[in-house]
Ligand binder design. Structure first.
Ligand code: PAF
Length: 281
């Protein structure tokens, strides 16, 4: 595996990989890799693809009071894991390489990026869309792979890839979970032992609400009970627990089409998000 930090070297290395005609897969990450990321790398390797993994903690997607400085950084361990998993290139640009002096462009996706995390974290999805567009232009992959844990992020990326006619196939992979059901996330590293136990209330509240909604209970009541369950387990503030159209993320009050149940709330100082599919059948 080559670890590269400047753009000309990346371009040359990707061109060399591409010369055998096999497709290039990109797995964009912010590092602090866990089994969820490794599942994305494994998927990238399928069908004989070459694999480029990027690690870039993107300042533009963190709000002024968020955890940019505290965000876990484990470059050496990440590189070892990627080498063992068979990645071809680790792309690790600095902030100056990604955003050179004078950088003035913003990619903003209206509608789908405005509610949920877009409302709770103003500017977050502009930061994500801008950096992912740059990563796509830097690597020029055939395929890019993201986890469904960041469901709204995946929907925003699908939207701008379609809108901008980018010739990249976007693959979303199901959320990887710990044995007890907690969604894997780099931010789980912040949880104290006590908060780690309480955090389980998030997947459980969503799972319970899903069961109630799928058996025909009124949606708003099921959501209210999920919120009450999170509060009772020490979560707060609760940004949202909501049922949305699975493709557009429009809020839904009746289960009449494929839906997604999404939640975001803080336990202690850590903000967690999670989501599950809700099936009208
Ligand atoms: O999901 C992430 O880790 C980040 O939001 C991404 C897609 C790498 C963009 O910085």
């Amino acid at each position: 595996m080559q670890t590269l930090r400047d753009l000309p070297a990346l371009r040359a290395a990707v061109d060399a990989l591409r010369s055998d005609g096999r497709p290039i897969a990109l797995v964009p990450t912010m590092g602090a890799l866990h089994d969820g990321h490794m599942a994305l790398v494994e998927e990238a390797r399928r069908h004989g693809r070459h694999v480029v993994v990027s690690i870039f903690v993107n300042p533009r997607q963190f709000g002024p009071n968020e955890d940019l400085d505290a965000y876990p950084r484990r470059e050496a361990k990440d590189a070892q894991m990627l080498q063992a998993a068979g990645a071809d290139i680790l792309w690790m640009p600095s902030v100056d390489v990604m955003y050179p002096a004078g950088f003035a462009t913003n990619i903003s996706v209206s509608g789908i990026s405005e509610g949920l995390d877009g409302a709770a974290r103003p500017g977050h999805f502009d930061g994500v869309a801008t950096v992912v567009t740059k990563l796509f232009n830097q690597v020029r992959p055939d395929v890019a792979i993201f986890g469904e844990k960041d469901y709204q992020q995946l929907a925003v990326i699908r939207r701008f890839v379609a809108d901008l006619d980018l010739p990249i196939e976007i693959i979303g992979l199901p959320t990887q979970r710990a044995e007890d059901g907690l969604a894997l996330s780099s931010r789980n590293a912040y949880l104290t032992d006590e908060d780690r136990k309480k955090a389980l209330a998030l997947p459980r509240a969503l799972g319970e609400a899903k069961r109630q909604i799928e058996r025909g209970d009124p949606v708003d009541g099921a959501l209210a009970r999920a919120i009450a369950m999170l509060s009772a387990h020490g979560f707060g503030p609760i940004d949202y627990v909501t049922l949305c159209d699975a493709a557009t993320l429009e809020p839904m009050h009746r289960l009449d089409r494929p839906a997604r149940l999404l939640g975001a709330a803080k336990i202690g100082t850590t903000r967690l998000i999670d989501n599950i599919a809700v099936d009208p059948a």
